[in-house]
Ligand binder design. Structure first.
Ligand code: SF4
Length: 256
């Protein structure tokens, strides 16, 4: 197959969640998922086959370029103005690692790295990444590379599939043992936060690598719950993530 199923390509936007929250980025959402979480905020990426379009590398590149170039018409003064390019692209889903066997996925990631653009992959943490994700390149003074934010579905409304389907110990070990990767875990209650802390200790995952994000599909629901959880998250030695995109663009659903 010489295409990837693309649900949407967005940008410039910000990474709304996790350790790189607020960072300027483009976001590529791939279709398909191996889980069926009841509380999924992007069912359009996978339900009933998902709403994706098969795209080749040149088409994906065209979309990315169109996000950073202001056209003559939009500027209106005869000048072609190019915005600052992206330094990071987030690849999310659905579950993007379902497509790691695709040459197109590999070519996309390798081309972005070669262009000095780091890649953050948001995954549900159930699939061990292929070895080809590992190269890190030194471009100028910046290291560019691939980092993973794994979101195992441990508690709350996302933990609706069977345990054996949503938790893969081998994959979690991989994300823990390879440098630069982090975890983002959605919680509803203080009890959930404490459960995650104990789970991390049992599985040898350093707590400082975990960002706890309060469940909530609207900014008001999310931030109300986040305020209830924040002190407990800090007391448990973990980090807090909000869902910034819900505050900035309340009319749109973005993120994983
Ligand atoms: S893993 Fe992510 S995309 Fe897949 S069903 Fe769960 S929340 Fe939705």
């Amino acid at each position: 197959v010489s295409t990837l199923p693309i649900v949407e390509i967005i940008g410039p936007t910000v990474q709304g969640e996790g350790p790189r929250l607020g960072r300027r980025t483009a976001l590529i959402r791939l279709g398909g998922c191996n889980l069926t979480c009841a509380g999924c905020d992007t069912p359009y990426a996978w339900k009933q086959g998902g709403q994706s379009t098969p795209m080749t590398i040149p088409t994906i590149a065209e979309h990315l370029v169109s996000l950073i170039v202001v056209t003559l018409d939009e500027v209106g003064d005869g000048q072609l103005t190019v915005n600052r390019p992206f330094h990071q692209v987030v690849i999310t889903g659905g579950e993007p690692l379902l497509h790691q066997g695709s040459d197109v996925f590999r070519e996309l990631v390798v081309s972005l790295l070669a262009g000095g653009i780091s890649v953050e992959i948001e995954t549900n943490g159930t699939i061990v990444p292929a070895p080809w994700f590992m190269p890190r390149l030194l471009i100028g003074e910046d290291t560019v590379g691939v980092s993973f934010v794994a979101s195992p579905k441990l508690v709350g409304s996302l933990a609706s599939d069977t345990l054996s389907k949503r938790i893969n110990p081998a994959a979690l070990r991989w994300f823990t043992n390879n440098p630069g990767n982090t975890f983002k875990i959605v919680c509803r209650t203080i009890d959930d936060v404490q459960t995650v802390g104990r789970w991390a200790d049992t599985n040898g995952i350093p707590r400082h690598k975990i960002w706890i994000m309060a469940e909530g599909a609207t900014w008001s629901d999310h931030i109300t719950r986040a305020r209830c959880l924040a002190d407990s998250v800090l007391a448990e030695g973990m980090n807090v993530s909000t869902r910034l995109h819900l505050a900035l663009w309340p009319e749109q659903m973005r993120g994983h």
